[in-house]
Write a protein of this length. Structure first.
Length: 289
């Protein structure tokens, strides 16, 4: 029988995350064959993970990365069962690796390779986790990305701005302003950039809601149809201004709308500046939640 050294046991433990006795027993049963022992422990980890598969993954972290040349940005939500694991260095390293891989291979959604990376760590620490979603934004030469992570990474925002003079993106004041736009989005989570980006079905739904509420309002009983239509349009316009990014009160100065704050930045920069797109991720709040 091959002699099992403490160094071999430690090496297997570091690789698999299994307990010392588990590692030693696996090496003994495989007569010191490290590869076979690792396979045994991984199979045990997968079995343990299968038992936990129905456990909720309501914790986690949002990871973001921008390509060095500025042409792409990616956001990923990596979910876990507990906050404790979400703060684990291996978990954080996995999130960074996933966003790097997505940029490298230009992945636009979770796939087998990325899910496999998650499974490798999940079997090691034996906690249910998953890559819930992935979003990639692309930029041209006249566009610029800024990212903002809130708190312990429970919210992540990427903003894309565009200018006719992209050299302004090197200006510290302009960079600071765009960063404040990302901070605004993290704070208020606007529904859309502007009214043109809102699904017509959503507008119709809100009109129906306001109309039904008005029908129940005794103060409006007997009002002419023309007056009621005006009130309805006013209510809808106010609602849309509250949920559209460009019409919201700017986080740094609520006397200004975001659009007005952008206009002021344009005057100072001496170049056009527009918000081209943005993405907002919050842990536990998304398409698969």
């Amino acid at each position: 029988m091959a002699e099992i050294s403490a160094a071999d046991v430690k090496r297997l433990r570091d690789k698999t995350g299994a307990g010392m006795m588990e590692c030693k027993n696996a090496l003994v049963s495989t007569e010191g064959d490290f590869v076979k022992a690792e396979k045994i422990l991984k199979e045990k980890g997968l079995a343990a993970l299968e038992k936990r598969a129905d456990r909720a993954t309501n914790a986690g972290k949002i990871f973001m990365k921008i390509k060095e040349d500025g042409s792409m940005a990616v956001l990923a939500e990596l979910a876990s069962e507990t906050d404790f694991v979400a703060k684990n260095l291996d978990f954080i390293a996995l999130g960074e690796a996933i966003t790097a891989k997505a940029l490298e291979k230009e992945y636009t959604e979770p796939n087998d390779e990325l899910h496999g990376m998650v499974t490798d760590l999940a079997t090691k620490i034996r906690e249910n986790m998953g890559l819930k979603r992935l979003k990639v934004l692309n930029a041209n030469a006249n566009e610029f990305f800024t990212k903002y992570s809130h708190g312990d990474g429970n919210i992540g925002v990427v903003v894309k701005c565009r200018s006719d003079k992209p050299e302004i993106f090197k200006d510290e004041e302009v960079q600071s302003f765009i960063f404040s736009l990302a901070l605004h989005i993290a704070a208020f989570n606007p529904y859309a950039l502007d009214k043109s980006k809102i699904d017509p079905a959503y507008i119709t739904e809100q009109e129906d809601i306001f109309r039904k509420l008005m029908e129940k309002d005794e103060k409006l009983a007997g009002k002419p149809a023309q007056v009621l239509d005006g009130i309805l349009k006013g209510k809808l316009s106010k609602h849309l201004s509250e949920i559209c990014f460009l019409e919201q009160g700017y986080v740094k100065d609520e006397k200004l709308t975001v659009a007005q704050a952008v206009a002021e930045c344009v005057k100072k920069a001496g170049a056009q500046l527009e918000i081209a797109d943005y993405a907002y991720f919050k842990v536990g709040v998304g398409a698969d939640s």
